[in-house]
Design a protein around this ligand. Structure first.
Ligand SMILES: Nc1ncnc2c1ncn2[C@@H]1O[C@H](COP(=O)(O)OP(=O)(O)OP(=O)(O)O)[C@@H](O)[C@H]1O
Ligand SMILES: [Mg+2]
Length: 251
């Protein structure tokens, strides 16, 4: 399905070591593969996803767009294993999520998540919000602090470490959220309308960050849900959804 050409090499993931992968043309499992994925609510009255199949290659950046209610957030939540599909198969780096028992561990190890409304903890400072993402990874508090400091500096917020999110602008919060999502060097960055609540200037800053991430981390796969064509334009490919499936003839 994808035609993105070159893929940056990545170290073998857990699923590959376990021999569970379904290899792609280059002999490696794709970053994300959905096969006939449905998510139904109310006994099938609501079909948030309805037989969605797609594939995103390693190192690819895909924008996902489509009308409100077409299933974009549902799709991201399922890929992040925050929820289970009603039917269908989801593989991330070759790992069948239905077989994964340690879902928090899976998320911590493989996934960076950026939500539309940043979901930062208001009682913690910017730097603490990033540190908590590294709990359970085996890093010492000192190592977590150093890494969080570096990440904040990376997103241009080195001077705002001790500020709580309530005292940051929308764009600054979103950049903290992106720094948090990168804390564990995820193979897969999932972002749901990362610029949805931002003003022009902040949108520009977040776009610049995505462009930099693409350049600096070519092996990381990105799936970005967006209504904003400027954001979509930063991606290798746009995936259109309609009524819970891919839409091959948008517009
Ligand atoms: N927990 C739920 N219970 C019932 N219906 C739900 C639930 N979550 C989502 N839906 C429905 O599933 C459909 C898809 O929702 P989803 O949030 O994935 O859409 P979306 O494409 O992200 O929309 P938007 O662009 O507005 O964010 C919608 O019709 C929504 O009302
Ligand atoms: Mg949504």
């Amino acid at each position: 399905m994808s035609d993105t050409g070159t893929q940056a090499p990545r170290p073998a993931g857990r699923a590959e070591r376990a021999g569970e992968e379904r290899a792609g043309e280059d002999g490696r499992a794709p970053a994300v593969e959905l096969e006939g994925v449905s998510k139904h609510y109310d006994g099938g009255l609501i079909k948030a996803l309805d037989g969605l199949s797609l594939r995103v290659e390693r190192g690819e950046s895909a924008a996902v767009t489509g009308p409100s209610g077409c299933g974009k957030s549902t799709m991201l939540h399922l890929i992040a294993a925050l929820d289970r599909p009603t039917s269908g198969v989801i593989r991330v780096g070759g790992l069948d999520l239905a077989r994964e028992r340690d879902l928090p561990g899976y998320r911590r190890q493989h996934i960076g998540l950026v939500f539309q409304l940043h979901n930062l903890l208001p009682q913690l400072s910017a730097i603490q919000n990033i540190e908590v993402a590294m709990f359970g990874t085996g890093l010492t508090p000192r190592q977590r602090r150093r890494r969080a400091r570096d990440l904040l500096a990376d997103v241009g917020l080195g001077g705002l470490q001790t500020r709580p999110p309530t005292k940051l602008s929308g764009g600054e919060r979103q950049r903290v959220a992106i720094a948090r999502a990168l804390a564990n060097e995820p193979e897969l960055l999932l972002a749901d309308e990362p610029t949805g609540s931002l003003d022009e200037r902040s949108v520009r800053l977040v776009l610049d960050m995505f462009a930099r991430l693409r350049a600096e981390r070519p092996g990381m796969t990105m799936i970005i849900v967006t209504h904003d064509l400027r954001v979509a334009d930063t991606a290798d490919r746009i995936i259109w959804l309609r009524d819970g499936r891919t839409d091959d003839s948008p517009g």
